[in-house]
Design a protein around this ligand. Structure first.
Ligand code: AMP
Length: 408
């Protein structure tokens, strides 16, 4: 589909100019499919991960619609799971809308209400919001959604995972029933499907690649290591990285992020850490250090990392194997963005072997188990080619069998 250009999608000159200024030469697959539907006013359900260009896929049709007659009242509402993603989408709305007279604002928790209230009252065309804080503003009477035309539910799976379903439903109750709604989600689970049925009207489906796919440019590397040795093994691997590339390291817990940051610093590694237990100011600072290269390694929890849009992330590290295989796909989506290459490095201790096979089942590929010299685990896991029968087995019998894996 490489002959599709932004011009051929029917976008207005102001938007084409902005897109060219962003350096985009051609629309990504999700943009090729979703932009014409968006422009036609259709409801859309898109299964597309971050890194596919989905933000522009919904923002460009919104801007095209609003640009024609900006009224300074709320016309488009974009619900996102985290404040980082809200800021990111706002930035894109400003970038893509720089030659239009549209106004946009972000509304999220953890900061004062006042400036957001003033922005809402002054009249904005586009609001990007996290559900909890938006509901707060709605209940205080700060939001007039009577002119709303477009609703976007971005990263819907994450929004539901974070427990926002009741807030999203309450918000839906306050919006005009006649509107265009677009929903994007990395994976379409039963919960997302239920939300889609409630919020959308005969949507067109846009599927980008397999729903369980990671980007083609990702090389998955799986390192078997005992838990207490993980940080030293990681430290060794980080030392081998070429200069200039950024690495994003995921930990399951806030505490784990802080501890790993301390450990890596003892080896002289420049790292920043970012998680929901830190103030917004500290999170912004960590992200800026990462973006500017002062700290080429950022350690983050899953929630804090949502919406981080940083170029040139050459490696994503799973410091633990996520319990939910879909989280692996989300994490890995931070590298190899927009056609680039990247490495997804997973450190896997014996208690995580089974979780990793769940990830492999979801992705549909197995990866060889590698080791770092000097940090070989006490028990060596079986290689995928040594255990073809495992794919057909489930439950405790698998665990028993794998517990008996080859001992060094
Ligand atoms: P998203 O999936 O919306 O988070 O976008 C992922 C990255 O791709 C962002 O850094 C965008 O700036 C970039 N991007 C979006 N559309 C295009 C395009 N058509 N060509 C190149 N890069 C793009």
């Amino acid at each position: 589909m490489t002959d599709v250009s932004f011009e051929s999608l029917g976008l207005a000159p102001e938007l084409l100019r902005a897109v060219a200024e962003q350096g985009y030469s051609e629309p990504t697959p999700v943009q090729q499919e979703a932009i014409p539907l968006g422009l036609a006013g259709r409801d859309v359900v898109g299964s597309a991960q971050t890194g596919t260009g989905k933000t522009a896929a919904f923002l460009l049709p919104i801007l095209q619609r609003i640009r024609e007659k900006p009224r300074g009242s709320l016309r488009a509402l974009i619900l996102v799971p985290t404040r980082e993603l809200a800021e990111q989408v706002l930035l894109c709305a400003k970038d893509y809308g720089r030659h239009c007279k549209t106004k946009a604002a972000a509304v999220y928790g953890g900061v004062a209400l006042g400036p957001q209230t003033r922005a809402l009252r002054a009249g904005v065309d586009i609001v990007v919001a996290t559900p909890g804080r938006l509901l707060d503003h709605i209940q205080r009477g700060h939001v007039d959604s009577s002119n709303l035309e477009v609703l976007v539910l971005d990263e819907a799976d994450r929004m539901l995972d974070m427990g926002f379903a009741p807030d999203v439903n309450r918000i839906l109750d306050t919006l005009p029933a006649v509107r265009q709604t677009m929903l994007f989600s990395a994976t379409i689970s039963g919960d997302v499907d239920r939300l889609a049925r409630r919020a959308l009207n005969r949507p067109a489906e846009v599927k980008i690649g397999r729903r369980t796919a990671t980007a083609d440019g990702v090389q998955h590397v799986l390192v078997a290591v005992d838990k207490p040795e993980k940080w030293r093994a990681l430290s060794r691997l980080l030392q081998e990285l070429p200069d200039g590339g950024r690495t994003l390291v995921f930990t399951r817990t806030k505490h784990g992020a802080d501890r790993l940051a301390r450990q890596l610093r003892t080896e002289g590694t420049r790292v920043a850490a970012m998680h929901g237990g830190k103030t917004q100011q500290l999170r912004d600072k960590a992200l800026n250090h990462f973006k500017e290269g002062k700290a080429p390694i950022l350690i983050a929890t899953d929630v804090a990392a949502r919406g981080i849009d940083v170029d040139n992330i050459v490696m994503v590290v799973n410091y633990d194997v996520p319990a939910d295989p879909e989280v692996y796909i989300h994490r890995v989506g931070r590298t190899a963005r927009a056609g680039a290459n990247g490495v997804a490095l997973t450190l896997m201790s014996p208690d995580e072997w089974l979780l990793m096979t769940d990830v492999e089942k979801l992705i549909g590929t197995s990866f060889p188990r590698e080791t770092v010299p000097g940090f070989e685990p006490a028990i060596e896991p079986m290689q995928p080619w040594e255990r073809p029968e495992l794919a057909r087995q489930q439950g405790p019998s698998v665990r028993a069998r794998r517990g008996g894996a080859r001992r060094r």
